[in-house]
Design a protein around this ligand. Sequence first.
Ligand SMILES: [Ca+2]
Ligand SMILES: [Ca+2]
Ligand SMILES: [Ca+2]
Length: 532
Amino acid sequence: MAQLAGIVWTLLVALSLVASQPSANKTPVVSYSTFSLVSDGAANDQPSVRALSSPPPRPAGAAGIHRIIVKLKHPHTEGLARAETISRALQASLSAETTVHTAETTVHHLNSLSMDVVDLPLGVDAAATCEAALLASDEIDICEPDAVVATASGRRLRARAAQEPNRFVPDDPIFKEQWGMASIDMPEAWAFLSEQQQETASGADSVGKGTVVGVIDTGVDYTHPDLKDAMWVNQGEIAGNGIDDDGNGFVDDIHGWAWCDGSENPHIGDGDPMDEGGHGTHCAGTIAATANNQEGIAGVAFGRTKIIALKFLCGEDGRGSLADAVHAINYAVAMGATLTSNSWGYLGSTAYRALEEAIREAEEADMLFIAAAGNDDNDNDGPRKGYPASSELDSIISVGAATRNGEKAPFSNYGLESVDVFAPGTRIFSTMPGGKYAAMGGTSMATPFVAGLAALLWSTDPAQSYCDIKHRILSTSEKMDSLEGLCVTGGQINALKAVTCADCKWTPTEEPTAAPTEVPTQEPTTEEPSTP
Ligand SMILES: [Ca+2]
Ligand SMILES: [Ca+2]
Ligand SMILES: [Ca+2]
């Protein structure tokens, strides 16, 4: 192994880095930028709409209502004028109540009744908003909290709720910049899992614990306010006493290990995987940043997974050795990680056996190896491939980067056989060292979305095998014309479908070793969460 230590790997570069924090403290409370006219079936459904517009009394503590129904005294038939009038009327009441909510507000028009349904930012009290709006504006005729999510009676209302899944929109100020979350239906998936957890008798204790993601990268700023609570802690180790208390061969390894320190000198490693470059901290944030803490961003598997910081890339250009990558994988296996997230690699014509052996060992421990496809705009089916993503091991999920428009990012590698699926990978906001946040792009940024989703799925049922999880993620991906032919699934991951799919259990159809890459053949049978 030692002779391999000098092999230098290229970090998949971040394409753009925005140092400044986004406008977290923007003053406007309501934005109508997503104004849209909705004319779904329910709009003409008189009984349903009637129930909506004259809701039963609010149950105590109905804090989950974030929609109001508004009717103007002089209804404007033109949508934009109507939205502006409503915006003006609500602005005063919302401002009076709070000045911190910046989430976008959406207005849906109920055509047949000249009414509008307004989605309020999470945390804004719907009843209080209406009371204030009616006082503040003489243009509003009716303003009432929506009752759809508050009532459990009536089949019609249930059916409607099933058509429009609940969303959980966390209060983190940069969340509105995290377009990737909406793109994979993360708010809907969170809402579904939250409901599921509450309905499971022992849910609070048994669901959402125990998954651990090894982030093999430049380290992690484990003191970051949005990550400190998401860090794995080695319970058998006492910090700073110079003793390997748990006898795993690593002294004072509390949050992971660092195999490099950025110097040219041979480094034996230490228990301080603090991140200087930022790349690993950024990846960790997308996976597990604490959500709904009014700080920064939200991670895909927040509250349900922990991060082990496995630092093997160092220096300004983020380089590391093959041997250290193998060490990091071995450490993750030894400490019981659920999976590893690997936003690194190289473009080459051959795979390294040592690395494949390490991944195979992780596979035997039922771990997934989520890997970035690479940023060379390269066809990984060709003679040169992005490794280790393109290694032929069942437990690897190779991830390409998609743009906000659902297209392949210009830099992203692709491959009908060698890249499994795409995930958001341009202008991704996440955590940076020193309590900061920044946007970066790359298949490096797409990979943690998949790693986070895998951790989330595992948290709902830890008994699942890596094949179960991989099949669930790939078979529920959202097919897109723009991605067809560019990866195995022809699409992008979809968290809502992945958590709700009732009929995408993996069934071995061949000898486990026969197929290097699993081709999903099933369409999910349902896209909606079941209603209790
Ligand atoms: Ca130890
Ligand atoms: Ca110790
Ligand atoms: Ca947060």
